[in-house]
Design a protein around this ligand. Sequence first.
Ligand SMILES: Nc1ncnc2c1ncn2[C@@H]1O[C@H](COP(=O)(O)OP(=O)(O)OP(=O)(O)O)[C@@H](O)[C@H]1O
Ligand SMILES: [Mg+2]
Length: 268
Amino acid sequence: MTSIPYYCASGEEQSVFQVAFESKLPLMLTGPTGCGKTRLIEHMASVLDRPLITVTCHDDLTSADLMGRFLVKSGDVQWVDGPLSRAVREGAICYLDEIVEARRDTLAVLHSLTDHRRMLYLDRTGESLVAPNGFMLVCSYNPSSRSALKELKPSFRQRFATVDLDYLAPEEERAVVVSETGASPAVAKTLVELATALRSTTDAGVHEAPSTRTLVTAAKLASAGLALPQAIDAAVVAPLVRGGAVDDGLREILHAVLAPISPEGAAC
Ligand SMILES: Nc1ncnc2c1ncn2[C@@H]1O[C@H](COP(=O)(O)OP(=O)(O)OP(=O)(O)O)[C@@H](O)[C@H]1O
Ligand SMILES: [Mg+2]
């Protein structure tokens, strides 16, 4: 038996997910990069014992990419399901990641699947697939990404129960860093303090917020032997700045949080 992927909850998102699944409703997860959207879906698919089929959306994704197409195989023309129709047939959880990247005409095929009909019409084969109880559609996007400006149509957004996730409270985020990497509580504390300080200045437009993912990466580098300041520089700071220009505000925050760390104390 495979183990359930670890997920630390920030609120009621697991209950909302479960109830949406039982109520045969689609779910939309929003939140900043690296806050746990994908991990929540992996966790819940495992808890609900459903297969998970993931599609990363992009500009060139067509409805045929989702639904399937006729292909020539060994001289025969055969229908091959796309990930969406496969998920409907199998009663799987279909996860459309970065849904705002998909074109509107591609999303149109989801309309009949995301309302009371729960039906996918494959116009090329003439089939109408009715989703079984085990099927669930889950989508996610980051509302502050550039693509989110394209916006999803209200008629699409309002079909979904929506959960807005954010970075965890410090105590929980420390627990995630420890659980994901085996880092010491002291290292996790330093990383989360740094993230909290950096996030508090993002509103001023100084730099973007570092995600939980960057803290996990830094802790992994430190656990593998890199000194903590170097690990932080590579995993947390460098991805935040463009062209290597660490501005004064960022430098001040780093100095304040990292000053108490001696090289000996920095190791995991
Ligand atoms: N709530 C959480 N519980 C457990 N791990 C978490 C949580 N939040 C973040 N993580 C850690 O951070 C990493 C990134 O999380 P995840 O991939 O779920 O982010 P995301 O919200 O899907 O980001 P993106 O929008 O960039 O795809 C995970 O692999 C995990 O190590
Ligand atoms: Mg993700």
